[in-house]
Design a protein around this ligand. Structure first.
Ligand SMILES: [Zn+2]
Length: 90
C-alpha cells in the first residue's frame, strides 16, 4: 500500500491515482472526489514556510535620508503641478 501522506501531489487513498493538478485545489484542506475512481477522500495541504536574509546595501540612516528626499521631490512636483494647473485653468 503506497503512502499517501506528505506526497508532492494529491494521491487518492483509494486507487493511488496521483492528481498532477493538485495546485488547482483552492482550499488548504477539504473533501475531493478522485478524478480516476470517483471516490471521496479528505486532503490537507502542507505549506512549508521558509525565511531568507541578506545584508542591506544601505544603512537604515541612509534609507531614511533617501525616503525624505523622495518625499520632498514628490511635494515639489505636486506644488509645481498645482501651480501650473492653477495658471492654465485661470
Ligand atoms: Zn481514486
Amino acid at each position: 500500500m503506497a503512502d499517501t501522506s506528505h506526497t508532492e501531489n494529491i494521491v487518492c487513498p483509494h486507487c493511488k491515482y496521483e492528481d498532477t493538478d493538485s495546485w488547482e485545489s483552492q482550499a488548504d484542506e477539504g473533501y475531493e472526489d478522485c478524478g480516476e475512481c470517483g471516490q471521496e477522500f479528505w486532503y490537507s495541504r502542507h505549506v512549508q514556510i521558509t525565511y531568507s536574509t541578506s545584508i542591506p546595501e544601505k544603512s537604515s540612516a541612509e534609507r531614511r535620508v533617501e525616503l525624505a528626499e523622495r518625499n520632498q521631490r514628490f511635494i515639489a512636483d505636486f506644488q509645481a503641478y498645482t501651480a501650473a494647473r492653477g495658471v492654465s485653468n485661470g
